[in-house]
Design a protein around this ligand. Structure first.
Ligand code: FUL
Length: 703
């Protein structure tokens, strides 16, 4: 009898023990440093360096150290601005491609101690570190591998004696770091200690990443390493701040090992956007995007920062797609974030708080088709609303298509759905379907693929329902850690502003609104600004700002900066037979391009000129080149010359240079002239293209 009793006890114990068995992890898993990176959600990359003072995006490496002098530099103000936007960390550009170091390094004299800032006694990286400590913000560092100043760049000694020593100095003196950021832009023309030449390197072998990253691992084990292809965090493949609609946390890069780019030097960027289902490495995406058009401060870009509403949209498309958002902040020449940018950051945080502070499903009644081991304590549904990303609802191993019913007690209105997996057990779920019980039947309201760390589904319209149903599809049992329903307050969408070829500006709204008000003098549109009724003429260019109003509501402001109008412009060197699409250069349509199609790929690129007759003499303060906007690289010019002429036959060279970073951030390139010129004709010559054998142009313009 006693024996039988023990057997029963044993069986019972074994059963309850079985119910405690956690699901087996699935696929590749995040390392502790990657979990901590993922929890950061949003951080800012701070770009204040030589380029701030030369008004460029990349410097050549030959500007004197004395150029850098941010008189009012205040790391607390900068890091506080990031914090005010809801960001949890900052990545500091400690050295950009020009090689200038913001800390007093022993590796080169091209550093902050040879600038007038703080009388040569300053250490900007230290000031950032202290500010981060005070403000409880995470700190990461960016030290550009490419160094256009250093004479040794391109030789093995640069890697062993300069770059690695710089990383060691940073790791030893400014930790703890949550990120070590390694830029993919590498090799090209530069000063290189006076050689002023082109130095190409093999990006997959030159830096010997295995040994370089071994230093990071040893000295900053909790720093996630960012690179085009990881190894810890991958580049999402664009500088627009969004991951793909499907974006997996795992990734198999087309290179021999993570952290190494392929031998041809390019990561296939679309892959970074989507990742790889069941990929070979846990390597989630970072979505980087500057708040202003460029990464560094340019006065000419004042008023063009992204609106709080645009940032919210990017939040859904980055954090809401399992990635992290890395927003570029550009302190100005004083060394401060401008009031305009600070206000945008604060308003963005307010939008996030308004939307996400109340989870409408918090007190709902949840019913699932299965709970693992019938053990609601450990794997039950209350874990879905406890704000802990690692406590979770799990199903039995055999249950891979479970359903979850959510009863909200009474009909509630929502427009955002949030789901999270406990990623400590891998990315398991393939897809979900979400239904609402409406008018007596279940109606599908959303579908999504990759979930991972966070999936936010923003519905096109409000849904009001009491009962919701979640259908999950997974190759293995699920481990869902969060379910949330939120109501993003209604916003009027910002108006759309466009200009036609004859110079008339139209302002429209996607949905009907009571009124649209606009300004052309840079002021914020208010109810007392002119009401938009019919298109108006804007020949000389400038900023048009518009905003919709309806009752209590106002939309975000749209700010469109126009070049000088192109009315009456003609391209005059049209003698080449196939030049049919020349008109696309001046049609004010960013989506049509000019390009000569040279099918014979054995014909190599030759510099190519486009001559513009503006029809009359204009004052030119700046030239503009808009590259193609379809993310193709074919024909995108990265080195240019502009000429001017009074008669269309005698040309005088005016300015030449490079379009820095055009590959990753293909925005309108503005070449400001030192002195305005008065001419009727100008010539644009593409001296070099990123790809292909002819130039492509979306628009040319003047300001
Ligand atoms: C890019 C760089 O080339 C930009 O200048 C900037 O530093 C950005 C964060 O990364 O690839």
């Amino acid at each position: 009898m006693k024996f039988l009793f023990s057997i029963i006890l044993l069986l019972l114990f074994a059963k309850s023990d079985y119910s405690q068995v956690a699901p087996k992890p699935y696929g590749k898993l995040p390392a502790p440093r990657q979990l901590s990176w993922q929890e950061t959600d949003m951080y800012c990359i701070i770009c204040l360096d030589m380029a701030t003072f030369t008004d460029q995006e990349w410097c050549y490496g030959d500007d004197p150290a004395s150029t850098v002098n941010p008189g009012d530099f205040n790391a607390m103000q900068i890091v506080s601005a990031a914090k005010a936007g809801g960001f949890k960390g900052v990545v500091i550009v400690a050295k950009h491609h020009d090689g200038f170091c913001l800390w007093p390094t022993k590796t080169t004299t091209y550093n902050i101690s040879n600038s007038p800032w703080r009388n040569g006694k300053g250490d900007m990286v230290k000031e950032y570190q202290l500010a981060c400590q005070k403000l409880n913000m995470k700190l990461g560092l960016y030290c550009s591998p490419w160094d256009r100043n250093n004479a040794l760049y391109g030789k093995p000694e640069y890697v062993t004696e300069i770059y690695r020593r710089q990383l060691e100095e940073l790791y030893a003196n400014y930790g703890p770091l949550f990120m070590s950021w390694h830029d993919g832009a590498n090799g090209g023309t530069g000063y290189y200690g006076g050689a002023r030449e082109l130095r190409e390197i093999d990006r997959s072998t030159y830096y010997d990443w295995d040994n370089t990253f071994a230093i990071t691992r040893k000295m900053q084990p909790m720093a996630s390493i960012f690179g085009d292809a990881g190894p810890d965090v991958r580049w999402v493949g664009n500088e627009e701040g969004h991951a793909g609609e499907t974006s997996w946390e795992t990734y198999t890069p087309h290179s021999k090992a993570p952290g190494k780019v392929p031998a041809n030097g390019t990561v296939i960027t679309e892959e970074g956007t989507a990742g790889t289902r069941n990929g070979a490495y846990w390597m989630p995406a970072e979505c980087d995007v500057p708040l202003r058009p460029g990464w560094f401060y340019h006065k000419s870009e004042d008023g063009q920062s992204k609106s709080p509403y645009t940032l919210l949209d990017l939040y859904y498309k980055s954090v809401g797609r399992g990635a992290c958002l890395d927003l570029g902040l550009a302190p100005d020449k004083r060394g401060l974030i401008t009031d305009e940018d600070l206000n945008i950051l604060k308003q963005f945080k307010a939008l996030l708080d308004e939307t996400f502070s109340v989870n409408l499903a918090k007190d709902a009644i949840f019913k699932a088709s299965n709970v693992r081991g019938k053990n609601p304590t450990r794997y039950g549904l209350k874990n879905l609303v406890d704000n802990d990303s690692y406590s979770y609802w799990a199903t039995d191993d055999a249950v891979v298509h479970p359903e979850l019913l959510i009863d909200l007690h009474f009909p509630r209105t929502f427009n955002v759905i949030r789901l999270r997996e406990n990623i400590k057990l891998g990315q398991r779920i393939d897809s979900v379907g979400i239904d609402a019980y409406l008018d007596g039947t279940w109606k599908e309201i959303a579908r999504a693929t990759s979930i991972g760390a966070t999936r936010l589904i923003r519905l096109a319209n409000n849904v009001t329902a009491r009962k919701i149903r979640l259908r999950l599809f997974s190759p293995v049992c699920i481990t869902l850690s969060d379910f949330g329903l939120f109501k993003e307050p209604v916003h009027l969408t910002p108006p759309l502003i466009s200009r036609d070829q004859s110079g008339y500006v139209s302002v429209t709204s996607e949905a009907p609104v009571a009124s649209i008000h606009y300004t052309t003098d840079g002021a914020e549109p208010s109810l007392s600004s002119p009401v938009y009724t019919t298109p108006f003429l804007l020949l000389s260019g400038g900023a048009v700002k518009a905003r919709s109003f309806d009752g209590e509501q106002t939309s975000p402001v749209t700010n469109r900066v126009f070049d000088h109008s192109k009315t009456g412009w003609r391209i005059i060197n049209t003698e080449r037979g196939t030049d049919r699409n020349y008109t696309n250069i001046t049609d004010e349509n960013p989506h049509t391009i000019y390009q000569r199609k040279i099918k014979d790929t054995t014909i190599t690129f030759e510099p190519e000129a486009v001559d513009v007759d503006m029809g009359k003499v204009n004052e030119i303060k700046a030239f503009t080149y808009l590259p193609r906007q379809d993310r193709q690289m074919d024909g995108v010019v990265d080195r240019y010359t502009f000429y001017i002429s009074n008669d269309g036959s005698q040309w005088k060279e005016l300015v030449s240079g490079e379009f820095s970073n055009i590959k990753s951030n293909p925005i309108e390139q503005v070449i400001n002239l030192k002195q305005p010129v008065q001419v009727r004709y100008f010539r644009f010559t593409g001296q070099h293209v990123l790809k292909g054998n002819s130039i492509s142009i979306a628009e040319l313009g003047i300001q």
